[in-house]
Design a protein around this ligand. Structure first.
Ligand SMILES: C[S@@+](CC[C@H](N)C(=O)[O-])C[C@H]1O[C@@H](n2cnc3c(N)ncnc32)[C@H](O)[C@@H]1O
Length: 286
């Protein structure tokens, strides 16, 4: 599922509200002690949401690499960021924001391929980037990280409706089945276990891991996001229905949920973890 830029723009504000502040403070404390300018790599950078959120919270000058496989998103990022930050922003050209010198580099490459060629960065970040990775792929990615700090946010852990009927659960489980990718053969993506699996995997390497919740609590007033999420389900669940004859029943369910959202009778929790991983040697040398 390649997200469109409108979705990434909308989800930015929900992410801002939900980022785990304890994890963020820990990250910023570590960064504050680093010398010189800070080298950051954003895996699956999309339209640059991580940069938008983090650059003003980091006191030093910064060099960012946006790693992304979707060229359209990457090309849109400078315009999007220029509008939001009210500064002209271009790739491969230094600019200043709040007395910090910033340089943005773009890399149209898969994350793993980039990590294999990257010079030693200080921090690797990624926001909501790994639900379509298998545990093996994610392990390989961590193995190739040559940075002392990893800050991975909005790592997906499933959806809960409130109230939630048995039928809701059936379709939410099918949505997870789609995310896990069972329908395309043997690949099993991390799907709704992403956050939990990721921290277990990072723990197997030379990192100490701190985890904190970053759930989106979408109450009855967050209709736009709720409708968006239902649209994703409407598009993808039919691919994993056990029997194609069930499509009519499924569409009735979609209509029913649509009505509940519109009339303000549904809350959704989109469960996420934020993760900060600190390379072991760093802890020992303190
Ligand atoms: C859910 S989006 C999040 C985008 C951005 N981090 C944000 O928070 O707005 C996940 C992004 O990862 C990118 N992506 C997926 N697989 C990738 C890979 N192997 N290498 C680089 N980027 C990838 C997608 O194109 C997409 O832009």
């Amino acid at each position: 599922m390649i997200p469109d830029k409108e979705w990434l723009e909308i989800r930015y504000l929900a992410d801002v509200k939900s980022r785990n502040q304890v994890i963020l403070r820990e990250l910023l404390d570590r960064i504050r002690h680093l010398e010189g300018h800070i080298n950051l790599v954003d895996l699956g950078a999309g339209i640059g949401s991580n940069f938008r959120y983090l650059h003003s919270r980091i006191e030093q000058d910064q060099h960012w690499v946006f790693v992304e496989i979707d060229e359209e998103l990457l090309n849109y990022a400078p315009d999007y960021l220029s509008t939001k930050l009210k500064t002209e922003i271009k790739f491969n050209q230094s600019f200043e924001i709040d007395n910090r010198s910033i340089f943005l580099e773009k890399q149209l490459l898969p994350s793993l391929a980039y990590l294999k060629i990257s010079p030693h960065p200080d921090v690797i970040v990624a926001n909501n980037s790994f639900q379509f990775y298998s545990e093996t792929q994610f392990g390989r990615l961590i193995e190739n990280i040559d940075a002392d700090l990893i800050y991975f946010t909005m790592n997906y852990n499933g959806i809960v409706f409130e109230p939630e009927s048995e039928q809701d659960r059936k379709y939410l489980d099918l949505y997870d089945r789609y995310l896990r990718g069972y329908f395309v053969g043997d690949t099993i993506n991390m799907g709704s276990g992403t956050g939990i699996l990721m921290s277990d995997i990072i723990n197997q390497f030379q990192f100490d891991v701190i985890v904190g919740k970053s759930d989106w609590e979408l109450d009855e007033d967050e209709k736009t996001l709720q409708h968006y999420i239902l649209r994703f389900m409407e598009k993808h669940i039919p691919k994993v229905l056990p029997n194609s004859a069930e499509i009519d029943e499924f569409m009735l369910w979609v209509d029913h949920i649509q009505d509940k959202i519109t009339s303000g009778q549904l809350s959704m929790t989109i469960r996420h973890d934020d993760i900060l991983a600190i390379r072991n040697e760093l802890l020992v040398s303190e």
